[in-house]
Design a protein around this ligand. Structure first.
Ligand code: ZN
Length: 434
């Protein structure tokens, strides 16, 4: 265990003391160096010297993605650019990207946090870690790269290669750990099936997947297709990148790196704290970052706090795996439906590939959901109308039963729906007029 990791086993009281001290330092720095915080707190009459406990944090306003976009590109930086050694950004598919900066100290902290993520999944210096994440502007690839090197694993940066090349590297270099998005892992699994390569021809034993929310059904599918144990980890570029929370070997919730992030869970409607165990929106405050501190950042991700201690010995709080996003929740006939519920259902229907799309639209003032799923390669009968119709009816019946609302099932031929090539994939297409 390294010195930094001893924080993970600290008693709650001691950990909270450290959190408060770090929070106060962060607030001072942010108000001194970032006009956004200084002006906003002044306008609202907030005196940061009054923040003396974690509970006092609730008196501060939230920071939203809109705030970050409004300050594009460098408005939220707390140090001069000469002290920034790395810049990453979000994809910006939903609007202006968010640009984040790291000092050399931030990179060192980040690397240590990602090393924790990897150690949590049992990765060691004996492993060969193949990183299929897109490196480019996104923080996922380089973040995991540095962390894996830190623990001494042999790192293979295979990002951007074709799936055929990824598999050839995996087989020839004897890769033991695959790192990427869960949808890309499924893509590799379906390629193996197609090429009739048995997963045991590979040395893969574990996979660390993140950057998308993925259901337990998808986990089962990945594990069966690649013969590995699959671990979830959580982070977002705005906060630091990967390294915010991770699954240990118990795989019962994700340990939050609370010595660097303060987690809150709020009701997304009222923005009041969610009751313990109740699902709500994750809100994080960074308490060690120098370049890009964030105070009460609303992530838009839904989760809840898990009760009790983890048998692994870490004492940090555990959050439930992210179940979806606040803006992804679809409300039809007054019933909340999350894409992960639909994913669970699609993955259980035999004859379908685990690649699907959810189209939300509005017809005559009524919201509608169409679920498009790909027919599996093990089911080569797309031209046989009767069989396809029967399969479609099976999917429809499963959706009707599982969701209790009206949906429309539709099947498409294999490889027609977009697949993830290592970066985020949006499975929900919302066509409703805004
Ligand atoms: Zn644990």
């Amino acid at each position: 265990m390294t010195e930094s990791d001893s924080y993970e086993r600290m008693e709650r009281e001691d950990l909270e003391q450290i959190q408060v001290e770090r929070l106060q330092a962060t607030l001072n720095r942010a108000c001194q160096n970032v006009a956004f915080y200084r002006d906003k707190y002044e306008r609202l009459g907030i005196d940061i010297s009054k923040v003396k406990s974690l509970a006092d944090l609730a008196a501060l306003p939230f920071t939203t993605k809109e705030d970050l976009r409004d300050n594009y590109p460098y408005g939220m930086f707390a140090v001069p650019l000469k002290d920034i050694v790395r810049i990453h950004s979000t994809s910006g598919t939903m609007g202006k990207p968010v640009v984040v900066g790291y000092t050399a100290g931030d990179i060192a902290i980040w690397t240590g946090l990602v090393a924790r993520v990897l150690r949590g999944a049992g990765v060691t210096e004996h492993d060969l870690a193949q990183i299929a994440f897109n490196y480019s502007m996104s923080s996922a690839g380089l973040g995991l790269h540095y962390g894996a090197e830190k623990i001494g694993a042999s790192v293979i940066p295979s990002s951007g290669e074709s799936v055929a090349k990824q598999v050839a590297v995996m087989r020839d270099y004897k890769t033991t750990v695959l790192i990427g998005t869960p949808s890309y892992a499924l893509h590799i699994a379906s390629y193996l099936r197609e090429m009739k390569i048995h997963p045991d021809e590979l040395r893969l034993r574990a996979g660390l997947f993140g950057a998308e929310s993925w259901s337990e059904a998808m986990r089962d599918e990945i594990e069966a297709g690649l013969h590995i144990k699959a671990y979830d980890n959580y982070g977002l570029t705005e906060l630091i990148g990967p390294g915010v929370a991770f699954e240990c070997l118990e795989r019962d919730g994700l340990h939050v790196n609370e010595d660097h992030f303060i987690m809150e869970i709020v009701d997304p409607g009222t923005l009041e704290p969610a009751r313990p165990g109740e699902e709500g929106e994750l809100v994080f405050t960074t308490i060690t970052k120098q370049g890009f501190p964030l105070i009460r950042y609303r992530t838009g991700d839904l989760s809840s706090l898990l009760p009790g201690d983890c048998p692994c010995g870490r004492k940090t709080a555990r959050m439930k795996r992210v179940a979806g996003r606040v803006d992804d929740v679809i409300i039809i006939d007054g019933v909340n439906v999350s894409p992960s519920q639909i994913e669970e259902i699609v993955l259980k229907v035999e004859g379908l590939d685990p690649n699907y799309r959810i189209i939300v639209d509005r017809e005559k003032g009524v919201d509608t959901i169409e679920v498009q799923a790909e027919i599996s390669g093990d089911f080569p009968f797309f031209d046989e109308g009767a069989k396809v119709n029967a399969l479609c009816r099976r999917l429809q019946a499963s959706l009707d039963e599982g969701l209790g609302i009206r949906t429309k099932a539709n099947l498409v031929e294999r490889n027609t729906l977009e697949r993830s090539e290592g970066s985020k994939l949006r499975r929900v297409v919302d066509k409703r007029p805004k």
